[in-house]
Design a protein around this ligand. Sequence first.
Ligand SMILES: [Zn+2]
Length: 502
Amino acid sequence: MKKEIDLMNMYADSQDDYYDDSKILPKADDPKIMKRKNRSIRWISFFFLAVFIGLIAYLVYFQAVESTRFENSSYNRRRLDLLSEKYIRGSIYSADGQRLAYTDTEGAEEVRVYPYGRMFAHVVGYSANGGSGIEGACHSKLLSCHANALYRASTVLKNEKLTGDNVYVTLRTDLQESAYNALGSNRGAVVILDVKTGAVLAMVSQPDYDPNEILANWDYYTSDDDAVESLLLNRATQGVYPPGSTFKIFSALTYLRENNCQTDGYSYDCSGSIEHDGNVIRCYNSNRHGQLDLKQSFAKSCNSSFVNIGLSIKRSDLIDICESFHFNRKLDLLLPTSTSRFLLTEDTDSYELMQTVIGQGKTLVTPVQMAMTAAAIANDGKLMKPYFIDHVETFKGVTISKTFTKSYGKVMTDEEVSVMHDLMKEVVLSGTATSLSRGNYTAAGKTGSAEFGTQGDSHSWFVGYAPAENPEIAICVLVEGAGSGAEHAVPITGKILNDYYN
Ligand SMILES: [Zn+2]
C-alpha cells in the first residue's frame, strides 16, 4: 500500500517537475484558446455529423436503389438462393386477377408454375437462373414479406418459410390472349398500352418459349445457336427495326409545326417516284398516287409526297420532335429495353434525308416506342412512360406499394393533336388500313412497310389506337419480314380489336 502511494507521489512529482505548463502555455481559460478549442470541437462535430449523414444516405440509397439492383443481378444467384430459403416466392397476378406465376409447394420441391405457359413468356419471364422479364426484375419484391409482425414472428419461430409479397401487373389476360392468338406463329411483337396512363395491357413477342420448361431445357436455350438465343429476346422492347412509313407521323408533325397546322396550302402530284440530286425514291410498288393533299399523302402513304415534304422542312425541327418523343434516350422501363435511334444531323446527305423522312435510312425503333407514340397522339399529346407493375400486396391482401403514372411531358400542341387525329383516322377511312373500318369498333393509325436487307423484304407495321374518338388503347403490331403493313399487321390489329370490342 505504502509503495503504491509512493509511486503515485513520485508520478505526481515528476509531473510537477517536467510539465509545469503554467509557465510555458497560456492559461486554459484564455478567451483566445477557448475560441480555438470550441472551433476545433465544432469542426470535429461537423466532421462526424457529415460522416453520419453520409452513412445514413448511403444506407437509404442502398436499400432503395442498389439493393434492388444487387438482388436482381443475375450474377448474384447465391443471394437469391439464400432468400429462397427464407421466403416462398410471391405470385404475379394480372390486372384481372389471374395468377400468371406462382410457387407450387405441394411436392417435395418447390416448383415455379406459369399457368398461361407461352402466352406471357417474354413479359412475365422466368425466375430461374437469374430470371428474366417481370420475374427477373421483381426478385426483391417477390422474395420479401411485409405481412404483419405477428405472422412473421410466429412463422420464424416455427422455423417455416415466410410467404412472399404478390406483384399485381397491368397486363390483362383477355387482351394478351387476343394479341397472342392474332400474332400466331408470325415472328414479331404486339404492344398494347392504356393511352391515359401508359400501363402495358398486353405484350407479346414471337418466337416464344415455355417458361415452365426453361430450367429443364436450359442448356438448349443458352446455347450459342443464334436462332435459339433469339427465342429469349423480347422483341417488343429489345428488337429494333426500321420504322418504315409509320415514321411519317414525325415527318407530318414537323410539317404541321412549321406551318401553324395549316394543311390547306399543301398539294403534290405523285407520278410514282421523286428525284432529287440524282437520287430517286419510289412509292410502294411504284404506285402513282396522282394529286394529293396532306391528308391523302398520309392516308395513302405516298413516299414521293413525303420526300417532297422532307426536303422543305428544317432538319432541326424534325430532330427536336424525334427527341421529344424519346428517340436517342434511354426509356428506363422495368424490362431490358433498346433505345430507339434517330441519327439525322445537319450534315447528313440529301439522299439519307430523303430516306429518313419515309422511315428508311438509319432510324431504328422498338415496338414499345411506336406504341408510346400512338398513345401520345391519343392522349392529347401527353407522352406517358409505359409501366408494368400496378401495385404490390402482402399475401394477406394489404397493399404495400402502388405505381404512380409518369408523364414525359406534352409533346404536341392541342392543334397538332387535332390534325394528327384527322390524318390517322383518314388512314382507316380511305387509306392503307381500310380493313379496320369494317369492324364493330373505330380505329385510327398508320401502316408501315419497312424495307430491310437487299432482297426487297419488308417488316409489316401498324401503330394506332381505338376507339378513334375518345381513345382507350394504343396498339403497335410488328411482323418481321412479312411484307406490307396493310397485308399483315393491319389484319392482326383487326383481330385483336374485334376480340376486344366483342
Ligand atoms: Zn406516291
